[in-house]
Ligand binder design. Structure first.
Ligand code: ITT
Length: 181
């Protein structure tokens, strides 16, 4: 079977493809802009987006809304992660974190899956720290400045290694459990 991954981000599609390989589910990168409502709740963004996509007649798909929540910045950039990445970027985040001792942060990934007429919405989390400088060239977005264990950043890991511990990997595991029910 095939699932459409509705996103502008090819990095997400690569991670989903690896994660679903073992189930024999093929991912298709599908570009369909949808309204991402401005709210503090990732699940609300996903549910509203899914309503819009279904109303356009598209079925059997995944949407993914992810944010990086930094403890010392009271959760910023959080639901504004896409905007912050486009504007201040990783260097801007590191600047905000200059001299800050508490480096704790977490990624939250909310996946909405429409499959065989069912809707499943799950959220996966990964805690870690913001590094002092960018490291690594793999991955995308905030990967070079986020380390799950204070050693390697996500940008220094293979897709398989990132999936094993990441917010998206954890969300996919919850999704697969729900699919088996
Ligand atoms: P779509 O909304 O089209 O899916 P996007 O990249 O804008 O693509 P998000 O809104 O979910 O996706 O992501 C918010 C920001 O967080 C954006 O800048 C992403 O690059 C970044 N991001 C998402 N997942 C990430 C991950 O696993 N590692 C690092 N950065 C990530």
């Amino acid at each position: 079977m095939k699932l459409k991954v509705i996103t502008s981000n090819p990095g997400k599609v690569a991670e989903y493809q690896k994660a679903f390989d073992e189930l024999g589910i093929e991912m298709e990168h599908y570009r369909l802009p949808y309204d991402e409502v401005q709210t503090s709740d990732l699940e609300e963004v996903v549910n509203k987006g899914m309503d819009e996509i279904v109303s356009k007649g598209v079925r059997d798909f995944i949407v993914d809304d992810t944010g990086l929540f930094i403890d010392a910045l009271k959760g910023f950039p959080g639901v504004w992660s896409a905007y912050a990445q486009k504007t201040i970027g990783n260097q801007g985040i590191l600047k905000l974190m200059e001299g800050v001792e508490d480096r704790g942060a977490e990624f939250r990934c909310c996946i909405g899956c429409d499959i065989d007429g069912r809707r499943i919405v799950v959220t996966g989390v990964c805690r870690g720290v913001i590094t002092d400088a960018p490291k690594g060239t793999d991955g995308f977005g905030y990967d070079p400045i986020f380390s799950p264990d204070g050693k390697l950043t996500f940008a220094e890991m293979s897709v398989d290694d990132k999936n094993r511990i990441s917010h998206r990997g954890n969300a996919v595991r919850l999704l697969i459990d729900a699919l088996k029910e």
